[in-house]
Design a protein around this ligand. Structure first.
Ligand SMILES: [Zn+2]
Length: 226
């Protein structure tokens, strides 16, 4: 039995969880899916957070998503205080949260525990994905060092989020997880690859790969358990 922990049951977490559940069923590999989200469904979420309907407005996202997918719900915020408990037994961590602090925390906590991380993000017309293998590929901090200064990058609420792109990036996150979990390598493809940052530009219809170099001075990579 493999365990996948998904942070954020929003625009990325919903399609990622759905595809992952269906892939596991189709390939008959046992999967324990843990969905972490402290928030409630808002009517403005419905266009891209495809596990919810109007009937779910006001309900806890993690509980609704878990009920519909046969997963486990954790109504908690991912923080230094909750990370150890939430990541216990995790084989892969999917991060689809929408704030920089949590993304870097997810990176650091996954690396410190040797757990592969699949990072996804969508803002406006752009999306990105990076699979981090602790000690083997570069990580989010090798690439960006740390969160941008407050206010320098607009939040999802200000810049908006393209719903269709959430589906594409979320499903690709699930695909990346299956590549790591499916030891028999059934239907294995070389895409997406770990250690490559994929950037979608929906305005121009492009997706570009960028090799992420390991930074020998990276503080997060230095904490990888050997
Ligand atoms: Zn690093």
């Amino acid at each position: 039995m493999k365990t996948v922990v998904i942070l954020g049951a929003g625009g990325l977490g919903c399609p990622a969880a759905l595809v992952l559940r269906d892939e596991a069923r189709a390939r008959a590999f046992p999967l324990r899916l843990v969905i972490v989200d402290p928030d409630r469904v808002d009517r403005s979420n419905l266009s891209r957070q495809i596990l919810y309907t109007g009937d779910d407005v006001g309900e806890l996202k993690a509980e609704v998503a878990a009920r519909k997918l046969g997963a486990e719900a954790r109504v908690e915020r991912f923080s230094p205080a909750t990370a150890a408990e939430l990541l216990r037994g995790a084989d892969v961590l999917l991060d689809g949260t929408d704030d920089f602090g949590t993304r870097f925390l997810a990176n650091d906590e996954a690396l410190a525990r040797g757990i592969p991380l699949i990072h996804g993000a969508v803002l406006g017309w752009t999306g990105q994905l990076l699979t981090v293998l602790p000690g083997r590929t570069g990580c989010l901090r090798c690439l960006f060092e740390g969160p941008p200064p407050a206010g320098s990058v607009p939040a999802c609420a200000e810049a908006g989020v393209l719903s269709a792109l959430c589906g594409v990036v979320g499903a690709t996150m699930a695909r990346a997880a299956v590549q790591l979990l499916d030891e028999k390598k059934i239907f294995f493809s070389r895409d997406p690859q770990p250690g490559v940052l994929y950037r979608w530009d929906a305005l121009h219809g492009t997706r570009r790969p960028l090799d992420v170099k390991r930074d020998p001075a990276c503080a997060a990579c230095a904490r990888v358990a050997s």
